[in-house]
Design a protein around this ligand. Structure first.
Ligand code: SAH
Length: 219
């Protein structure tokens, strides 16, 4: 992958390195995740006016009332979903800017990403194409239903908060597969990790988070 649109050049590389140092300090230890985040230029995923803030540890608006998740959250979701393996198939619900998609694509065989707002997904698709990231399939639909066509998935990452864990996502997990999803739509959202074990689903509450809501239907 080439940072073709890396117009900010060295400055952005240095800023990106500082972001990696901060992620380490925040407890992200997965080497593959840190490397992926060092490699993918985050500033091309936000509007030019916000590019100088792209490496701050903050969520930023991407239009349509949505946000690009803060770097720590992207790193955390990814390390929880990937673990110490290279999953063949990863489903992402909520393409948004495509930044998390780009990170997942560095660490998985193929990323299947679903977004309900078509215009956002189109932009994301162009950005990834410009970055020469080709191992991604895009679908404009309500990701609460997953993407049955390519199931089962080794990992599923949901980047919007669900009121409850959607059943189709559980069903589309491969044996041993991992689902990472923020749950709860008021204050007090919790990031959950669900593993599809032989004996059933193992659910673990990880930490408090704050995501935009997972909405039904198309945008
Ligand atoms: N990972 C993205 C996060 C974007 S915010 C990024 O860092 O840019 C969450 C995204 O989930 C939004 O783009 C929103 O439109 C999308 N979303 C919400 N509900 C959805 C649903 N049911 N199906 C698909 N996408 C959904």
């Amino acid at each position: 992958m080439v940072s073709a649109k890396d117009g900010i050049g060295m400055t952005s590389r240095r800023t990106r390195e500082r972001m990696i140092e901060r992620l380490r300090a925040q407890g992200i230890s997965h080497q593959g995740v840190l490397e992926a985040m060092a490699k993918v230029p985050r500033h091309v995923f936000v509007d030019e006016a916000l590019a100088s803030r792209a490496y701050e540890d903050t969520a930023l608006p991407i239009g349509f009332g949505q946000t690009i998740s803060q770097p720590y959250i992207v790193a955390r979701l990814t390390e929880l979903a990937i673990g110490q393996r290279r999953p063949q198939k990863v489903l992402e619900v909520g393409t948004g800017s495509g930044y998390q998609t780009a990170i997942l694509a560095q660490l998985a065989g193929t990323v299947y990403t679903v977004e309900r707002i078509e215009a956002l997904q189109k932009k994301a698709r162009f950005r990834l194409y410009d970055l020469k990231i080709y191992n991604v399939k895009y679908e404009h639909s309500d990701g609460g239903w997953g993407w049955p066509k390519y199931a089962p998935y080794d990992a599923i990452v949901v980047t919007a908060a669900a009121a409850e864990i959607p059943d189709p996502l559980l069903k589309q997990l491969a044996p041993g597969g991992v689902l990472v999803i923020p749950v709860g739509q008021g204050p007090g959202q919790v990031l959950k990790r669900i593993i599809r074990a032989e004996a059933g689903y193992e659910v673990e509450a990880m930490e408090q988070v704050k995501f935009v809501p997972l909405l039904g239907g198309l945008g």
